[in-house]
Design a protein around this ligand. Sequence first.
Ligand code: GLN
Length: 340
Amino acid sequence: MLDSNVEGVEQSVSTGSLPGWEQVDSLVVASHTRNRACQDGAVADYIPVLAQADPELFGVCVVEVDGGVHLAGDADVEFSIQSISKAFVYALVCEEFGHAAVADLVGVNNTGLAFNSVIAIELNDGHPMNPMVNAGALATTALMPGATPDEQWNAIRKGLSAFAGRELELDQEVYRSEAATNTRNRAIARLLESYGRINRDPLEAVDVYTKQCSLRVSARDLAIMGATLADGGVNPVTGQSVVSAEVCRDTLAILAANGLYERSGEWLFEIGLPGKSGVSGGLLTVSPGKAGIGAFSPRLDPAGNSVRGQQATAYLSRVLGLNIFASQAYAPSERSTNVH
Ligand code: GLN
């Protein structure tokens, strides 16, 4: 790992503020209206039940760090969280074991390959690489505290519910459909076991992971969960402190590098924010210090990322001034008063 040599240095944050309430409200509606007609992409079908999703559903929600909620379209329709769960299970594990241990055990670097790649594991001597691909997510789930798989699952459900600010439920139909067909994830877990990278029974880890992916959320839930990561770990709706500010920072860095799999570079280039997608069409984006954005639209690009979700988020990033890499030239009037 890079030694950033900042131990003992006082931390400060780099944030700004959102436009006023009315403006955010109308821009969230506009992000939905502008992209509603797009039919690009295809609904995932490798998990049989997901193929039945209504492709027309489309919801967007922004939750500000003061708890304010802005909604458009099907923002309260529930779907399975899928890979977006990886971000929050990572945060819970990081809270438990800390920055360095998790970086070492699971990794932080992009594979450049698909989310369920086996070759990525082989190319990296059995290292899972990062917690947002299936290999790293399985290794991360296996690290969750708990003496039994049931205890681990309960801790995950409780933790993700705290991020959402309400009790999240397991979608039994999605769980059963994925559990009956997830041979590839079982193979990945076995491969990790062969490299000594998983510290539990691999098939039990797959089962807990499959359950975490089957938790039901809405775009509003995702926005609240994202707003919690944007708010130093405090859920802005319930006021509960869920994880530390340091864990939020680490989680968001991992999302920026890996949240949209092999498309993470393109995403960062266009949107400039940490994000995480899931194959049922959910998309979570975080604007640190400002807001969480939740989007839902089941048609996906070839990497498995919601097409309209990305479009709506790209629009919001621009019009709300969220891109963390964007700056404006320092105003000359201010420059003259600041003589060094
Ligand atoms: N449960 C899914 C899987 O493991 C999650 C994948 C995803 O959302 N990209 O295949």
